[in-house]
Design a protein around this ligand. Structure first.
Ligand code: DC
Length: 231
């Protein structure tokens, strides 16, 4: 197998399981994992904390002005997990709350926010050896990525998974609320003008509705092996 480091882009719908797959692959092959959605969530949390979000409306001009001062990074934890850092503070738990999920699409449609985060994401990938998941990684962030995957599953399957995840974390919500949030986010992600969610022409599609986590991980690893071997 070649030792040449590559860029791996894993895109797909919210709660499609792409983050778990991407994280597992990165850890198995010794690559850095970057959750680009966490970066949009962190900017959203910053906007909420600064009173720039009111009933789902984002004060975009004020947010755009503040973008240069918002610092986002990732810090590895001793247990192998990773925390999203906002201005030096660990906000990993807070950015997963429903309130952030309900506002993040409105922040992610702002072109200036996207430009800033895309630039940061490209910086993370400068030395390759990276697995990044998101919506526009294979299309906009790394159009030349050596490996591109597009993950999908039915909205119901994704809402069930997300609901279980949130319940395990003790977040109070209902399946209906989660399904509603998943469908709304799909719609906004697919129809926004700047970098809408869409499969890159050269991405390999995976519908994992009927797959276990182990099956998905094996599928991704074998795709990686076939690409790395071919090199
Ligand atoms: O993957 P996630 O659900 O944590 O992503 C949160 C939101 O961020 C999602 O509604 C869409 C947006 N997003 C994006 O627009 N582009 C990305 N590369 C990643 C996420």
């Amino acid at each position: 197998m070649s030792n040449k480091k590559i860029i791996i882009a894993v895109d797909g719908y919210s709660s499609s399981g792409k983050s778990s797959m991407a994280r597992a692959l990165a850890s198995a092959i010794g690559y850095r994992y970057i959750d680009s959605g966490a970066m949009y969530r962190a900017v959203t949390l910053w906007a909420m904390r600064h009173g720039l979000v009111d009933s789902g409306e984002v004060a975009s001009q004020s947010l755009i002005k503040s973008l240069p001062e918002i610092r986002i990074d990732f810090r590895p934890n001793p247990d192998g997990s990773q925390s999203t850092m906002l201005d030096g503070e660990d906000v990993e738990a807070e950015i997963r709350q429903m309130e952030v999920s309900n506002n993040v699409s409105q922040v992610a449609v702002i072109p200036e926010v996207r430009h800033r985060l895309v630039a940061l994401q490209q910086e993370f990938g400068r030395e390759k050896g990276i697995v990044m998941d998101g919506r526009d990684i294979g299309t906009t962030v790394f159009p030349n990525a050596e490996m591109k995957v597009f993950v999908n599953a039915s909205p119901q399957t994704r809402a069930e998974r997300r609901f279980k995840e949130l319940a395990d974390k003790g977040v109070a919500t209902t399946y209906e609320e989660v399904l509603d949030n998943v469908m709304k986010r799909d719609h906004i992600d697919e129809t926004r003008e700047e970098s809408p969610l869409r499969r890159a022409d050269d991405a390999v599609v995976l519908d994992n509705s009927q797959m276990s986590v182990e099956e998905q991980n094996r599928w991704l690893m074998s795709l990686y092996n076939s690409i790395a071997d071919a090199d």
